[in-house]
Design a binder for this molecule. Structure first.
Ligand code: SAH
Length: 369
C-alpha cells in the first residue's frame, strides 16, 4: 500500500492493479489463473461499478475482493461542454478531493488531458492548479480511472451531443493521453508510471506509448530517471522563458533546477533515448513574447533536434498577464522557424469550459456545491 493510500485509509483502488498483480491476487485466493484476466477485463473494459456485477465469480470471492479493493476510485461530479467540442470532467476522489480531466476533439481522434496530483506544489505564476497548493499525489487507480471514465462517458454521452462535436466524429475512446492536467507528474513518479503501463497494456485501453505525453515543469531527477527506463512515452518540458531570471519569475521550480541543469538533463535524455523533446512555451504579452526573448530561446535550442510548442496564455483570474496578439505570436514562431527550430503555434481550446489547468477545480474550491 502506498503512503497516499495509508494517509487516506482507503482500500487500494482496483483500477491501479496491473494484470500481473491480479495474477498474484487470484493465486492468493486459490483461484485458477484465468480469473485474473476476467477481473482485469471487467475493470478495464466493462467498467463494473460493483464487485457484485462480476457474476462469473463465486459470491465468496466477490466478497473477499470487495473487502480488499475498491472497484471505483473516482466518480464523475460534473461534465462541462464548450462550443468547440471540448468536454471538461470534474471528478470526485473517494476522500472528496476534486480532480479534472479534459477531452479535446481533433479531427478523427480524442485527446484526453489527465491530472497526476490533486493541486500542485509548483505554483507557476499563470497556472490555476498551483494556486491552492498541493493536496496529495493521486494513486495509479485515480490516474487510470480518469481515462476509463472518459472512455465510458464518450461511449454513453457523446452521440447525444454530436452537434457540438466536429464534422468527423472521433471514435469513442481517447487515442492520445497528455499528462498536462493538474499536478506535476514527475513528482508522483511511481504511481504515474504504473498508471501509464496500465493505460498502455494490450488488454486494457491499449493507448500507444507514443500517444502518451508526460509534461513536466522541469523536475530534473524525474527526467533523468525516465531516461533510464527505455520507455516510448513522449516527454514535454515546460520552459516558458529563455533565461533564469524570467523563468524563476514565472516558475519557482527554476530556483531548484535552473535552466543549465534542466537543459543538461534534457540533452542527456535525448542522447540516451534518441527521442525528440517538446518544449512548451506559453506566450505572455510583453513578458516573454518579444524578439529579444525569441533570440535568447534560439541560442538555447539551436541545432538541437527538438520541438517547440508555442501556447498563447489562456487568461486566468489569478494572473494579471494577457495573451499576445496573433501577429506577435506568429512573429515569435517565424523567428524560430527561420533558424530551423520546429514549432507549433497552439490555439488554446476549451476556454468556455474553464479548460486551462485547474480552473474548474479552483472555481469549485471557491464555491463548493
Ligand atoms: N506540471 C506539468 C503539467 C501540467 S501543466 C507542467 O508544468 O508541464 C501543462 C502545461 O500547461 C504546462 O506547460 C503549463 O505551464 C501550461 N499552462 C498552465 N496554465 C496555463 C495558462 N493559463 N495558459 C497557458 N498555458 C498554461
Amino acid at each position: 500500500m502506498t503512503e497516499t493510500q495509508k494517509q487516506a485509509e482507503l482500500r487500494p483502488a482496483a483500477w491501479g492493479l496491473e494484470l500481473a498483480d491480479w495474477t498474484r491476487v487470484v493465486a492468493e485466493l486459490q483461484l485458477p489463473t484465468f480469473r485474473a484476466k476476467q477481473i482485469w477485463h471487467s475493470l478495464q473494459e466493462r467498467l463494473i461499478g460493483s464487485w457484485d456485477e462480476l457474476t462469473l465469480l463465486p459470491a465468496n470471492v466477490r466478497r473477499e475482493l470487495a473487502e480488499r479493493f475498491d472497484v471505483a476510485a473516482l466518480r464523475v461530479r460534473e461534465v462541462r461542454e464548450a462550443a468547440d467540442g471540448v468536454r471538461k470532467l470534474l471528478l470526485a476522489c473517494r476522500d472528496g478531493e476534486l480532480i479534472e480531466s479534459v477531452l479535446i476533439p481533433a479531427e478523427s481522434r480524442w485527446t484526453l488531458c489527465i491530472s497526476s496530483q490533486a493541486g500542485c506544489a509548483h505554483a507557476c505564476a499563470f497556472c490555476a492548479s498551483g494556486k491552492a497548493g498541493l493536496s496529495r499525489n493521486l494513486v495509479a487507480g485515480e490516474i487510470v480511472g480518469q481515462a476509463l471514465l472518459a472512455a465510458h462517458w464518450l461511449r454513453r454521452a457523446a452521440p447525444a451531443s454530436a452537434s457540438a462535436a466536429p464534422a468527423r466524429t472521433p471514435p469513442l475512446r481517447p487515442q492520445n493521453i497528455v499528462v498536462m492536467g493538474m499536478g506535476e507528474p514527475l513528482a508522483n513518479y511511481d504511481e504515474l508510471l504504473r498508471a501509464l503501463r496500465i493505460l498502455n497494456a494490450p488488454d486494457g485501453l491499449h493507448i500507444g506509448a507514443r500517444h502518451i505525453t508526460i509534461s513536466t515543469c522541469g523536475v530534473v531527477p524525474g527526467i533523468r530517471r525516465l531516461a533510464e527506463e527505455g520507455l516510448q512515452f513522449e516527454l514535454s518540458v515546460s520552459l516558458h522563458a529563455p533565461n533564469d531570471s524570467l523563468r524563476t519569475h514565472l516558475m519557482p521550480v527554476n530556483q531548484r533546477w535552473p535552466l543549465a541543469e534542466l537543459l543538461g538533463a534534457c540533452h542527456d535524455y535525448t542522447d540516451r533515448t534518441n527521442r525528440i523533446i517538446t518544449f512548451e512555451y506559453t506566450l505572455v504579452r510583453g513578458l516573454n513574447d518579444q524578439p529579444p526573448q525569441a533570440q535568447e530561446l534560439i541560442r538555447l535550442l539551436r541545432g538541437w533536434k527538438c520541438h517547440v510548442n508555442l501556447i498563447p496564455l489562456s487568461p486566468v483570474a489569478e494572473f494579471a498577464g494577457q495573451a499576445p496578439e496573433d501577429r506577435t505570436c506568429e512573429a515569435f514562431q517565424q523567428a524560430l522557424e527561420d533558424v530551423g527550430i520546429a514549432t507549433t503555434l497552439r490555439r488554446s481550446r476549451g476556454r468556455q469550459a474553464d479548460a486551462a489547468c485547474g480552473q474548474l477545480r479552483l472555481r469549485r474550491l471557491h464555491q463548493p456545491a
